[in-house]
Design a protein around this ligand. Structure first.
Ligand code: S3P
Length: 438
């Protein structure tokens, strides 16, 4: 692998892959740890906080809201200010590329008695915000947005009244936004989830001593909390390694020749682990060892070996929501299956950091792969030979990383343009991959 400059990377095929390593903390959990530690009473010491640029942006935003944060290598210390302690920022909050930051923080900002402006990069300004604006208005916040739907958002909050809300899209970000706003609302705020999504918010609120009620109903799971509950700091908290980052290495080990990777202390929350089940169903040799619970989150070590993948799968509904971030790398794996993979009901992919259905299809075609594109998904029949080519990241971290893995098993060189997009979630990605390859 050669790093010509910051924005282009060349990947050559590998003969073998070996490695034994930890990964930085889970992005979703890191964002939440920064926000919840800020809102809790007392000091929190967070270890293995994600190195992702997105998660650094969350820390910057919390600092701009008056929270004292000290960053040392592998230790973030956050002096919680309590639910009533945030201060009006003196500048527009900038989330960069981070959808999780803007959507979750909007919930917190809706609860403040000051006005905040929040925005992000070009991609963020194209992503749908109506999904959080609508419930926050119902709670009583005043929100201005470009064309009623897009960042920058101007949020004038305070005096919220609890609501019961059923999000029209399966989204952990929307669920979390509403629950966070509910912390500042009078009464009991509830979200009814018809398709389950990642539940890190529920788990971490409990860790902070906020009772979260879960009630199965006919419509789905009703998740509720009482506004103005006492909220403690997180205290000593170690973030589990990021399964969505591990996914790229797991996939690489499955499809590369002569591979064996051990990846330690990775989050295996069932609301996130559908990818692992799917890969095992296809015959992937993935052992999950020493499963344990850390701060309410299940973690484990993975050992992954080169595998013959076989089967015909169609994924849709709840499974797609569970592995939504892993679809780019799953599509790359699908080119190597003796069988086929069809993904439907994944329209959400079109409004991620890039239009991921388009990005995947375009790059696969550049690498000589036949792939069928649907409005809500794609279909790949394998095995097919990946041909080295020049591919685009589309400024999307997961597209850059997925196609770097494709390059490891392609014929000839693969060049990734705008490869540094990977830093949005895993700045160490190319170095880690290089250290594993031969
Ligand atoms: C996230 C939720 C998911 C996921 C994103 C992180 C979170 O988005 O795609 O990368 O931390 O809550 P949606 O909830 O919008 O599907």
């Amino acid at each position: 692998m050669t790093n010509q400059n910051l924005s282009r990377i060349n990947i050559s095929p590998v003969k073998r892959l070996r490695g034994d390593f930890h990964l930085p903390g889970d992005k979703s959990i890191s964002h939440r740890s920064a926000m919840f530690a800020s809102l809790g009473q007392g000091t929190s010491f967070i270890r293995n906080y994600s190195s992702a640029r997105d998660c650094q942006n969350t820390l910057d935003c919390m600092e701009a809201l008056g929270v004292k944060i000290t960053r040392e290598p592998n230790l973030i210390t956050i002096e919680g200010v309590g639910l009533r302690g945030l201060q009006a920022p003196t500048k527009i909050l900038d989330v960069g590329n981070s959808g999780t930051t803007i959507r979750l923080l909007s919930g917190i900002l809706a609860g403040q008695s000051f006005t905040t402006e929040i925005t992000g990069d070009e991609s963020i300004q194209r992503r749908p915000m109506r999904r959080v604006i609508d419930p926050l208005r119902l709670l009583g916040a005043n929100i201005e947005a470009t064309n009623e739907s897009f960042a920058p958002l101007k949020i004038a909050g305070g005096n919220l009244q609890a609501i019961e809300y059923t999000p029209p899209v399966a989204s952990a970000q929307v669920k979390s936004c509403v629950l966070l706003a509910g912390l500042f609302a009078d009464g009991e705020t509830a979200v009814v989830e018809t398709t389950p999504t990642r539940n890190h918010t529920e788990i971490m609120l409990q860790e902070c001593g906020v009772p979260v009620k879960l009630q199965p109903t006919e419509a789905g799971m009703r998740i509720s909390l009482q506004g103005w509950s006492e909220m403690a700091a997180l205290g000593d908290y170690t973030v589990a390694g990021d399964l969505s980052s591990a996914a790229f290495f797991i996939a690489a080990a499955l499809i590369a020749p002569d591979a064996e990777l051990r990846i330690r202390h990775i989050g295996v929350n069932p609301s996130r682990n559908a990818l692992i089940n799917v890969l095992r169903q296809l015959g992937g040799q993935i052992s999950i060892e020493d499963e344990r619970l850390a701060h309410g989150e299940p973690v484990a070590d993975f050992v992954v070996r080169s595998s013959q993948l076989r089967g015909n799968l169609e994924l849709n509904g709840a499974v797609v929501a569970n592995l939504i971030d892993e679809i780019p790398i799953l599509a790359v794996v699908a080119t190597q299956i003796h069988g086929s993979l069809t993904i439907r009901e994944a329209k959400e992919l079109r409004v991620k950091e890039s239009d991921r259905i388009r990005s995947i299809v375009d790059n696969l075609q550049r690498m000589g792969i036949e792939v069928e594109e649907y409005d809500d998904g794609l279909r790949i029949a394998g095995p097919q030979k990946l041909q080295g080519a020049t591919v685009e990241s589309y400024g999307d971290h997961r597209i850059a990383m997925a196609f770097a893995v494709a390059g490891l098993v392609a014929e000839g060189e693969t060049e990734i343009k705008d490869a540094e997009a990977a830093a949005v979630s895993l700045p160490e990605f190319y170095d880690l991959l290089k250290n594993c390859g031969d």
